[in-house]
Structures are given as C-alpha cells and as structure tokens.
Design a binder for this molecule. Structure first.
Ligand code: CP
Ligand code: NVA
Length: 332
C-alpha cells in the first residue's frame, strides 16, 4: 500500500457545519462528488490516504443507525483519524446537562461532531453552540449525507446528472426533502408522488424550485405514482414509518399502500431505470422483495457510496479548519 495525496486545490468557501444540502453551492456539490469518486478509486486501488491523522470525530446519535454510523466510523479510520460513538443514554445529556454546555465541552476535545436526532432545531442548536463542524447525520426534516452520496450513485449509473429524471414515490420525509435539495443543485428533473398530507415540506420545495431555476432542474409534485414514474431514469422510495413515527403506523400503512414500489409501478419507468432505497427497507410495505432484490436495484452500491461520500465530507469539513500532522499529506 502506498500513502498518497489527492490532486486539486481546496477552496474552503463553505460554512462551518453541514446541516442541509440547500446550504451548499452547486460548485461545492460538484467538488464533493469529484472528491468522493477519487477517494473511492483510491480505496479500490488499496492506496492509503490519511489526511486526518490526529483528528477525532464524535458521533452522537439519538436514533438507531447502521449505515451512517458505520460509514462515518470506518471512513474516519481510513482517513487516519479516530471516532467516538456517544450514545445519549451514556453521557450527562440524559441527566439534564444542556446541549450548550455539552457542545462547548466536546468542542475542546473533538474535531467534528455527527449528530442524529429528531427535531431539526436540535442539530441547529448543536451547530450554534459547538465551535467545531457539526454534520447532520439525519433529523426528522433532513438527511443531507444520504442525498449527497445518492448523487454519486446516480452519476455512476447514469452519467452526467443534468437532465436525469428522478421519481421519488411514497412518504415525503427527511430523505425526500434532502434528495430534492440535492437533485436541484445538479439540474435533475424531479417528480415526487405522495398522498395528500404526506408531501415533502412545502418550504423546502419552494426553495428548491428557486434553485432549480438557476440550474435547469425542476420539481413536480403529484398524488399519482404512475405519473411520477413515467419514463424515469431513477425510481426512489423510502420507508413509510420513519423513526419517531411509530405511533402513526396503522394510518400510514393504509394511506401509503397505493404508493408501493412494485413490479407494476416500475414498468412505467425507463427499461434501464435504477431502483434506489436508502435502507433499511421493509419488503412488502414501501417496496416489494422482487423490486428491492431485482435487476434494477442498486441499493448495495448506494449503501457502499455512503462510505466514500462520508469520507469526502470529513476531508472537506474537518480539514478545512485544521492542519493535521501525520504521515498523510493534507489535500490543499
Ligand atoms: N440510510 C441510513 O441512513 O441508514 P442508517 O439509518 O442505518 O444509518
Ligand atoms: N426516513 C427514514 C430514513 C432512515 C435512514 C427515517 O427517518 O427513519
């Protein structure tokens, strides 16, 4: 294995934190995609690239996670740094210590924090109080790291993103919100099909449409999944019962049933359409087993790309503010 640096020049013209995709410029989204692809290629070739030696990332999760937690932890290790998983049940937050005090203390020890929580205002408070970068690892409203890595997957499978037609079908949730924000940054055509009352957040759609005017993208909402999926290059769905919505289960299962991503619905998409799901999936609810495990599905490549995009995010946000010493060269 060789230790290598990446080519390119960093322009750190972005905010301290990564809370939403809407706050990132289209140029920076493009840069993250390039960096993630480079990091993926390096890992494939067995090249060691460790610009974050000496850095420590904290992960503070109030909800369960497989992909986000493991890809951030593994990614941090691969970049030469370390990570600490901080369950809220085990730190003094659970006994009433404030976010402000915890954030200011952790900023003295750590170099970055990934927060997974419920209300989006909570991650905003962390970001406001911490002096280190805060990365949103999912809130009820957004899942920006997922959406950025999904762009990498779509680009790998479909080529240049501008004009690629994405259909999102099902619950207008955190994943759909961030996906819309990400897709308009790169000029994609987005069709969203949700039942009335389960649409993506209207404020997010409005802001995305403004961005779309600049990038040539579009965002269309419909209640008809067949209209959304027609001639789509990418068909995406997510769970109907997101974490924290468990009490709404029986109502959601009934209302969202016509939005299942099944073989019949997929027939309306392009013959070479890819099927995406951020996982975890519930076969027989939002997607059939045949579609999730079928020839159109790219969900495992999609899950893998979380690692590569997470690493790009760590390199960008953590090394933007600090020069780490180690055998690896800093990318700049
Ligand atoms: N897609 C995703 O964020 O998965 P986890 O909940 O397992 O992190
Ligand atoms: N919408 C889902 C995504 C899980 C990764 C949830 O919030 O539970």
């Amino acid at each position: 294995m060789t230790v290598h640096s990446l080519p390119g020049k960093a322009s750190h013209s972005f905010g301290k934190d990564l809370l939403t995709v809407s706050a990132i410029s289209p140029a920076h989204v493009a840069r993250l995609l390039r960096l993630a692809a480079q990091l993926k290629a390096k890992r494939r070739r067995g090249v060691v690239y460790q610009p974050l030696i000496g850095a420590t990332l904290g992960l503070l999760f109030e909800k369960p996670s497989t992909r986000t937690r493991v890809s951030f932890e593994a990614g941090m290790n691969q970049l030469g740094g370390q990570s600490l998983f901080l369950s809220t049940a085990d730190i003094q937050l659970c006994r009433g210590e404030t976010i402000a005090d915890t954030a200011r203390v952790l900023s003295r020890y750590l170099d970055g924090l990934v927060i997974r929580t419920y209300d989006h205002a909570i991650v905003e408070e962390w970001a406001q109080q911490a002096t280190i970068p805060v990365i949103n690892g999912l809130t009820d409203l957004f899942h920006p790291c997922q959406a950025l890595s999904d762009l990498l997957t779509i680009r790998e499978k479909k080529g240049p993103l501008k004009g690629v037609k994405l259909a999102y079908v099902g619950d207008g949730n955190n994943v759909s919100n961030s996906l819309i924000e990400a897709a308009v940054k790169v000029g994609m055509i987005v069709n969203v099909a949700c039942p009335s009352g389960y649409e993506p957040d209207q404020r997010i759609v409005d802001v995305a449409r403004e961005e779309a005017e600049k990038t040539g993208a579009s965002v269309t909402l419909t209640e008809n999944p067949h209209i959304a999926v027609k001639e789509a290059d990418v068909v995406y769905t997510d769970v109907w019962i997101s974490m924290g919505r468990e009490r709404e289960q029986s109502r959601r299962l009934k209302i969202l049933a016509p939005y299942q991503l099944n073989e019949r619905l997929l027939k309306g998409a392009r013959p070479d359409a890819i099927v995406m799901h951020c996982l975890p999936a519930h076969r027989g609810q939002e997607i059939t087993a045949g579609v999730l495990d079928g020839e159109h599905s790219v969900v495992l490549d999609q899950a893998e790309n979380r690692l590569h995009m997470q690493k790009a995010i760590l390199v960008e946000w953590l090394s933007a503010r600090k020069q780490y010493k180690g055998t690896g060269k800093k990318w700049a």
